[in-house]
Design a protein around this ligand. Structure first.
Ligand code: AKG
Ligand code: FE2
Length: 294
């Protein structure tokens, strides 16, 4: 079964006040899902600059490797499980608008913190989000949690225009390849994966005689499929591992589709098949202001 983004709300239960404290013990509004006791929140940003990687070909797409540690991933997975949204495998999507659960607010805070720490320490970069988006309040007011059983993915889409620019997605539990395709090319016939088999991963940027390029940047690998005519990337695959975060704005948000095809034989990375487990993702966005009805 495919998840059709935004079209289907399987489950959207009322938030129970006490769920968060049941899972994490009593905590105040500065809930401590992500921060262990005594940890200096301000100092956490120190090494963010190394983890954020700009995906050059998809302007406005940024990847943060290991945004959440394994403990934090477990805590977030538990918080989602405690919501009861995915108690049955056929329930695959839950949305929250406005008053977001405590763990979501904490996640938003941590995303903002990591982006700020990157953006304000590198003057010449736009960073994962332009400052105008980064400093809006609230940063996000809508959350979708998606649950994918092995074999399930999400069709190529651009997120609905009712959401503002600036989108964040956190991946949990199963590694997957997310494919970005330039909007004009999105409907082209299935893209060749065979040509990638046997290609080796090289440090830096290496173009194969065929039309695909591999790039390794830190812990992140991209595979780019080039347009033979103009040499520009028409498809870029990004490996998302549990705990990774991606953020998109501008062209990446409006001019590229994103897709996860987990049908048989599609989740292949550098010649190896990715083991599929249940995957959960948390997408954070902000709704456009309501237009007054005339
Ligand atoms: O599951 C994902 O990583 C992507 C979700 C997505 O694209 C969406 O909800 O619009
Ligand atoms: Fe999406």
């Amino acid at each position: 079964m495919e998840c059709d983004s935004d079209e289907e709300v399987v489950h959207s239960p009322e938030m129970k006040e006490d769920v968060f404290s049941l899972v994490f013990g009593d905590s105040d509004s500065e809930a401590d899902l992500f921060f262990s006791e005594g940890e200096e929140k301000e100092e956490l940003g120190a090494n963010w600059s190394d983890r954020w990687v700009k995906v050059d070909e998809v302007e406005g797409l940024w990847h943060c490797s290991q945004f959440l540690s394994s403990e934090q991933q477990a805590a977030l997975t538990n918080a989602i499980a405690a919501e009861g949204w995915f108690a049955q495998p056929q329930h695959n999507q839950a949305m929250q608008f406005g008053d977001l659960p405590g763990w979501t607010l904490e996640l938003c805070g941590r995303i903002a913190q990591s982006i700020r720490s990157y953006t304000y320490s590198s003057e010449d970069e736009t960073g994962p989000l332009p400052k105008s988006l980064l400093e809006r309040k609230p940063l996000f007011d809508q959350m979708i949690a998606n649950s994918y059983q092995p074999g399930e993915g999400i069709k190529a889409h651009v997120d609905l225009m009712r959401f503002e620019d600036g989108i964040a997605i956190v991946s949990l539990q199963s590694t997957c390849v997310m494919s970005f395709a330039r909007l004009g090319d999105a409907t082209e016939s299935a893209l060749e994966t065979e040509s990638r088999k046997g290609d080796s991963v090289l440090e830096g940027f290496a173009c194969q005689p065929a039309s695909s390029c591999h790039q390794v940047q830190g812990n992140v690998r991209f595979v780019r499929e080039l347009d033979q005519k103009n040499g520009l990337a028409k498809r870029v695959d990004v490996l998302l591992q549990p705990g990774d975060l991606i953020v998109s704005h501008g062209p990446a948000r409006y001019l590229w589709t994103h897709e996860i095809d987990r049908s048989k034989d599609k989740q292949v990375w550098l010649g190896k098949r990715i083991e599929q487990r249940q995957r959960i993702s948390v997408t954070l966005r902000r709704l456009c202001p309501q237009k007054d009805a005339d």
